[in-house]
Design a protein around this ligand. Structure first.
Ligand code: AMP
Length: 452
């Protein structure tokens, strides 16, 4: 099995991206490509037009950005060579943040332009010379018509969230733009749905596109029963986990998924300290051999708990896993399907249990859309003590929720105003929200120091 896995194209190195990009990917904490990235990157790098049906959360932004960063390569001239159009200011800003993140070790110049404020600063940024431009359609046309933008060197055009652009009535600006741009260019269209207007647009705009879709196959296996608990914070999640696994007979072979390597390590250490059974942790920081050994021990039945990040989730082929526990909700929504697919393999029935704090509920709703079903919810068992959420964690959760509201409605004014240009990506925030500074983990270190 291990040999088979090695033959597949599964790593970012396999895409033949340059070192600058690979280093940035590593620093961003992306351990392996998501399904849309696996499918789209080689095709886009091959120069083809693409129609991608993918929702936010699938990793679609990096799927189109990485090939663009490869193609545009280094700073040259003054005018943009790639344009990425997004329907909202918030999405445009997020895309630009991703360029900052992934283009960190390149000298590429990029900026984002959008409406709702005077264009002066944006014009100044454009005048400094630019390689990649992210824009909302109206502002782009406005600055072009003012003579502030030269578009004759554009070689790649991306329309992101095309369905939303159609809903928001941007078709006239897009048509206008298509008239202006050089004809010889690569076109990429991404949309969450196959809205008839999107199909119409794609027919006008794409040349022999390759269609890439990541949603339909994401249906959970029928043998897995799912349950969701709304758990307010990290400390209560631990109490809940402990409550469940006390039942050794039922929870006999359990995989616990966390979003970050740190949470994986911390959960594993916690279980070890409490002596609930043999534990192994597998994540990106563990060498290949250690991972294989851990997996073998788990398969063999000597190990009761495997704590894993998503990087490990696809390679696990173990039958008789009694439970998958999602200690954190994954932000790459497809990972939910991969995670729960680890139980209920080979006709054995399995159970997937998910803990979600108030900020993670937002992602649960998106996952439910993706899997086209509602995850049955149960109240927390009465005997579980609900701990108060510590201040830092409360702040992290509130900030997360604000961010989500803003991403759905750019005009939303939340309690937290992050500094301009410092909107954190979900990924960065994910690391923080599960990792409050006054670490609860520290407090559980000594066996005697059981919580009050
Ligand atoms: P998107 O669908 O582009 O909005 O991406 C959703 C989230 O997944 C973002 O926070 C990205 O930073 C993150 N992400 C993208 N690609 C990967 C990857 N290969 N591994 C882990 N996280 C990723």
């Amino acid at each position: 099995m291990a040999e088979e896995a090695e033959k597949e194209v599964t790593t970012f190195e396999d895409f033949k991206l340059n070192r600058q990009l690979l280093n940035a990917i590593e620093e961003a904490g992306y351990e392996k490509p998501t399904p849309i990235q696996l499918k789209a990157i080689p095709i886009i790098m091959g120069g083809h037009d693409v129609m991608g049906i993918a929702q936010t959360g699938t990793g679609k932004t990096a799927a189109f950005l990485l090939p663009i960063l490869m193609k545009v390569k280094y700073a040259q001239g003054n005018n943009p060579r790639a344009i990425i159009l997004a329907p909202t200011r918030e999405l445009a800003m997020q895309i630009e943040e991703n360029i900052t993140l992934l283009g960190k070790y390149t000298d590429l110049r990029h900026t984002v332009i959008y409406g709702g404020l005077g264009p002066k600063t944006q014009i100044e940024a454009l005048n400094k010379g630019i390689d990649i431009l992210v824009a909302t359609p109206k502002r782009l046309m406005e600055l072009y018509l003012k003579g502030e933008l030269i578009l004759k060197e554009v070689k790649t055009l991306v329309l992101d969230e095309a369905d939303k652009m159609m809903d928001m009535g941007f078709m006239p600006q897009i048509r206008q733009l298509l008239e202006i741009l050089p004809r010889k260019r690569q076109n990429l269209l991404f949309s969450a749905t196959m809205h008839p207007k999107v199909v119409e647009l794609s027919e006008e705009f794409l040349e022999f596109p390759t269609r890439i879709e990541v949603t339909p196959q994401a249906t959970p296996v029928e043998t897995v029963s799912q349950v969701l608990y709304q758990v307010p914070n990290l400390r209560t999640k631990i109490a809940m986990l402990e409550h469940l696994i006390r039942d050794k007979e039922t929870f006999n072979r359990v995989i616990i998924f966390t979003r970050s390597k740190k949470n994986a390590e911390d959960v594993a250490k916690f279980l070890e300290r409490r002596e609930y059974g043999e534990v192994r942790a597998i994540h990106g920081n563990k060498g290949q051999n250690t991972r294989i050994n851990s997996m073998e021990a788990f398969k063999g039945g000597d190990v009761r708990f495997l704590v894993a990040t998503d990087v490990a989730s696809r390679g696990i082929d173990v039958t008789m896993v009694s439970h998958v526990i999602n200690f954190d909700v994954p932000f790459v929504y497809e990972d939910y399907v991969h995670r729960i697919g680890r139980t209920g393999r080979a006709e054995n029935s399995g159970a997937a249990i998910t803990f979600a704090n108030p900020a993670e509920i937002f992602h649960i709703r998106k996952i439910e859309k993706l899997i086209r079903m509602q995850i049955p919810e149960e109240p927390m068992p009465a005997e579980i003590k609900i701990y108060e959420t510590p201040f830092d964690e409360q702040q992290a959760i509130a900030r997360d929720i604000d961010h989500q509201k803003r991403s759905e409605n750019p005009d939303f004014k939340g309690a937290f105003h992050e500094k301009k240009g410092r909107h954190k990506s979900n990924f960065e925030k994910g690391k923080k929200s599960g990792d409050p500074k006054n670490s609860f983990w520290q407090k559980t270190k000594k066996k005697g120091s059981r919580r009050k």
